[in-house]
Structures are given as structure tokens and as C-alpha cells.
Design a protein around this ligand. Structure first.
Ligand SMILES: [Zn+2]
Length: 189
């Protein structure tokens, strides 16, 4: 019985340390699951290099609208396990305290190339505009990548994250459809 309590106590302590590290890393802009890095080092670096190239490509298209220098300092971090993702069911996220953008392994595994680019561009906008406006972030991503990639991205989220196809996702898709129609009119096709 004594052993049971000891194991329980150690278990609680381990969960507490991991949770604290998870929260602290988001405040500091660090990798929340650094303890896993030795097991997935090369793959993580390969994914992050790909996102870095994609970030540079998006940054090269923002001339005169946002700060290009600031854009170049944005750092994509691939996260294998995060309590934040598990609880919030969010595939990609960022915070205003630093220039890190978090993209989950689950996102990489389940979404297409263009959907991934859309998610990245969306987070880049949050950083550049220093705003949490979701619809403007989507609009920017639609301009940089395509409205269709955003529509399929949000359409796929309920199944992958086991959540309901809620009003918020529907509204996001509706806004992207509207933007797509506007784009068509302005390009004269
Ligand atoms: Zn957002």
C-alpha cells in the first residue's frame, strides 16, 4: 500500500511538471515538448525547415503592408505533444509575447500541403498585425495561399479533432466563400 501512494505521488508530480513546462513554454516562446526532441530530432527539424521556407515565401509577398524584417524573425515550432492542443483542440497557434508559431504534428499528419500553408499564413498574420481577429487572419491566408485551402482546412477539422461542426467553423467557411466570390469579381473572371 505504501508503494501505491509513492507511485501516485510521483505520477502527480510528473504530470504537474509537464503541465507547468507546457504553459511556461508558451509564455516564453519555447518548445513545450522539448523532452521528446531526442526521439524525433531529425523529423522535427525537417518539418520546421519546410515551414521556415514557406514563412520566407509568405514574408516576401507582404511588401509595404507589414514589417518585412519582423516577418523574417517568425519561428515555426513543430509540437508533437501539447496539453494545450489536447484541451483546446487547436491545430496551430501563436501568442503575442514572442515570434514563435506552433504547428502540431497532428496537423502535419492530417492536412494537405495547401491546408498546412493556409494554417501557417493565418498564424503569420496574427504575428504581423498583432491582432487576434480570426476573420482577417483567414482573409490574409486566403490572399497568400487560397480561399479554397481554408475552406477545406476548416471543413476537415471536426473529423480530425472529434468535435462538432459548430457555428463558428461554419461562419469561418462562409466568410471564406464570400471572399472567394469577391476575388472572382475583382479579377474579372
Ligand atoms: Zn487564429
Amino acid at each position: 500500500m505504501k508503494n501505491f501512494w509513492r507511485v501516485l505521488l510521483v505520477g502527480i508530480l510528473v504530470v504537474y511538471i509537464i503541465l507547468t513546462a507546457d504553459v511556461a513554454s508558451y509564455i516564453l516562446g519555447l518548445r513545450p515538448d522539448a523532452y521528446l526532441l531526442p526521439f524525433h530530432y531529425q523529423q522535427t527539424k525537417d518539418y520546421e525547415n519546410k515551414f521556415k521556407i514557406e514563412t520566407a515565401s509568405i514574408c516576401s509577398q507582404i511588401k509595404h503592408r507589414y514589417n518585412e524584417k519582423e516577418c523574417a524573425t517568425i519561428r515555426p515550432i513543430v509540437v508533437w505533444v501539447s496539453f494545450f492542443e489536447k484541451i483546446e483542440k487547436i491545430a496551430a497557434w501563436t501568442f503575442p509575447f514572442h515570434k514563435s508559431i506552433y504547428l502540431s504534428k497532428k496537423l502535419i499528419d492530417n492536412f494537405t500541403e495547401s491546408e498546412l500553408k493556409f494554417a501557417l499564413a493565418h498564424e503569420i498574420w496574427h504575428q504581423l498585425a498583432n491582432s487576434s481577429d480570426e476573420f482577417l487572419a483567414d482573409r490574409f491566408a486566403a490572399e497568400m495561399i487560397s480561399a479554397d485551402s481554408g475552406i477545406s482546412f476548416y471543413g476537415r477539422i471536426p473529423k480530425i479533432y472529434g468535435i462538432e461542426f459548430n457555428w463558428y467553423l461554419k461562419l469561418k467557411i462562409k466568410k471564406l466563400e464570400e471572399f472567394k466570390a469577391q476575388q472572382k469579381i475583382s479579377s474579372g473572371s
